[in-house]
Write a protein that binds this ligand. Structure first.
Ligand code: AMP
Ligand code: MG
Length: 490
């Protein structure tokens, strides 16, 4: 068995010298794979037997160097809660290399929790088992919900205890991403006035993610536009399922348009645009309802780094860039309306659909109605039985009036209401990672019982199919669960 059987490539290491520090994972006492994503391993053409072996555990813990690879810690900066930090970087992560999947697409394999690096600042470079399993679970749930996201390949325990408000089992997540190029990667070099490095990174980004622009004179502006569109599409997806990312700093915003960094994220139960879970988001900067505006703000930070590349004339560069940033709102609205049409069973489009959606959210306001449950039950209303929807509302007057409008709109579809209702069931999930159920699984894992984790993972891998015996995963948290709080850096 050889470590070379993993077949890594290393374009980031080879083409972007100076953008990272070559590094090795810390030695850990007892690396053991506690969960392996076999389906993803197959997609990535990885040798499953090797991966599942002791060699695989050491490779995925970062303690065994791989032939022909240069593990590295990436440099990046970022705006954290609006404040610029010129140097962040992989403080507890290592990029092992790139893998080409069956379809020929390139992915990063990164380890998170693999020990201190030159970017660790005060941190220990480690991750707790519960934070690793939390990311595993929610990222795989997001994938099943058809949201662009990093994936989870494996969770590895280290046999080490780490300290976070008490001793906790340590672990490492093996994460797959289209790339780990962040808005903050561009900011790192731009803030140092290193325009040629920014250009080099832009060229690499175009070659890797947007090769269709590589020959264009205005390719940097086109790249920005494409990144903007991906972010708009991504955030519209989040909004359509009640996902609160929780830490939309520019270092957690990828140019590939995938959800990255599952630290403090959570799903909203009762609809409320001000919903915040993160313990450090005191002013609600990253509240559910603020996410589109924050995505636009992050994109403005990206385009600032590109100004010298966009046009040598600064005023012209600014005016071109501003127009592209301002276009975020209509692009986002387009994606949002597309998601909402699908959720409401509308295949066609009418000019008044946007207003219908707005009226819906007015009717939901202040009702603390279960977001996931509401959309799923709406299909019953389309089939002629409104009782399930009405039961969710303390006062159903407003939603009844809205359903009258919506049912009339649905009647103008070419397909029958029942076939539109079936289509709704294919986009409105039954199961999302409910905070209380996620927490239950993580608490059990901390007490060495991984069964609840495996069970909820299995449930979330098929979020649209209601199955017998899984009612407990369908309903919102009981009142006794209380306010849910999430944390960064755990
Ligand atoms: P995050 O809030 O997870 O996006 O992380 C922000 C920055 O803190 C990144 O540079 C991380 O690498 C770093 N970081 C988070 N947790 C740790 C840790 N336990 N040890 C070292 N660096 C960390
Ligand atoms: Mg991060």
């Amino acid at each position: 068995m050889s470590t070379s059987s993993f077949g890594f490539e290393n374009t980031y290491a080879v083409e972007l010298e100076g953008f990272y520090v070559p590094w090795q994972g810390a030695v850990v006492p007892e690396p053991r794979i506690v969960h392996l994503n076999r389906a993803l391993a197959q997609e990535l053409q990885l040798d499953e037997a090797t991966l599942a072996s002791d060699v695989g555990a050491r490779v995925l813990a970062g303690t065994q160097a791989l032939e022909g690879t240069t593990p590295l810690a990436q440099a990046y900066a970022g705006h954290q809660f609006g404040n610029f930090v010129p140097q962040l970087g992989d403080g507890r992560a290592l990029l092992l290399g790139e893998l080409i999947d069956r379809a020929g697409t390139r992915h990063d394999l990164q380890l998170k929790g693999s020990g201190r690096t030159p970017f660790s600042r005060g941190g220990d470079g480690k991750a707790t088992l519960s934070s690793v399993l939390r990311e595993y679970l929610i990222s795989e749930a997001m994938h099943a919900l058809e949201v662009p996201t990093t994936r989870s390949l494996a969770a590895v325990t280290t046999g080490e205890e780490i300290w976070r408000q008490g001793a906790q089992p340590g672990a490492i997540l093996a994460r797959i991403a289209s790339s780990h190029i962040r808005v903050g990667t561009f900011q790192f070099f731009a803030a140092r006035g290193e325009v040629e490095r920014v250009r080099q990174l832009a060229e690499y980004t175009i070659a890797r993610h947007f090769p269709e622009f590589s020959k264009e004179d205005d390719r940097y502006l086109q790249m920005f536009r494409a990144i903007r569109d991906r972010q708009a599409a991504l955030v519209a997806r989040w909004m359509s399922i009640g996902f609160v990312h929780g830490v939309m700093n520019t270092d957690n915003t990828t140019v590939a348009g995938e959800t990255l960094d599952y630290g403090p994220c959570a799903f909203m139960d009762g609809y409320d645009p001000t919903t915040v879970f993160s313990s450090i988001d005191h002013h609600g900067r990253y509240a559910y309802g603020n996410q589109p505006a924050i995505a636009k703000w992050n994109l403005a930070r990206l385009v600032e780094t590109l100004l010298p590349l966009i046009d040598p004339d600064e005023d012209r560069a600014i005016s071109l860039a501003t127009a592209e940033v301002e276009a975020f709102a209509p692009v986002y609205e387009g994606h949002w309306l597309e998601r909402m049409r699908a959720k409401l069973g509308l295949a066609g489009s009418e000019p008044e659909d946007g207003a219908l959606v707005e009226k819906l959210f007015n009717a939901l306001e202040g009702q603390d109605v279960d977001f996931t449950g509401f959309f799923r039950r709406l299909a019953d209303s389309a089939r002629g039985d409104r009782s399930a929807v009405r039961a969710l509302f303390p006062d159903a007057t407003a939603i009844d009036a809205w359903m009258d409008l919506w049912i009339a709109r649905l009647a103008r579809e070419t397909e029958s209401a029942s076939s539109r209702a079936d289509a709704m069931d294919r986009v409105n999930p039954v199961y999302v990672p409910r905070n209380h159920k996620v927490q239950e699984a993580l608490d059990a894992a901390d007490a060495s019982d991984l069964e609840p984790f495996r069970r909820i993972l299995n449930v979330l891998e098929r979020p649209f199919d209601r199955r017998e015996g899984l009612e407990e995963f369908e309903t919102r948290a009981p009142d006794s669960f209380g306010q849910y709080t999430t944390y960064c850096g755990t």
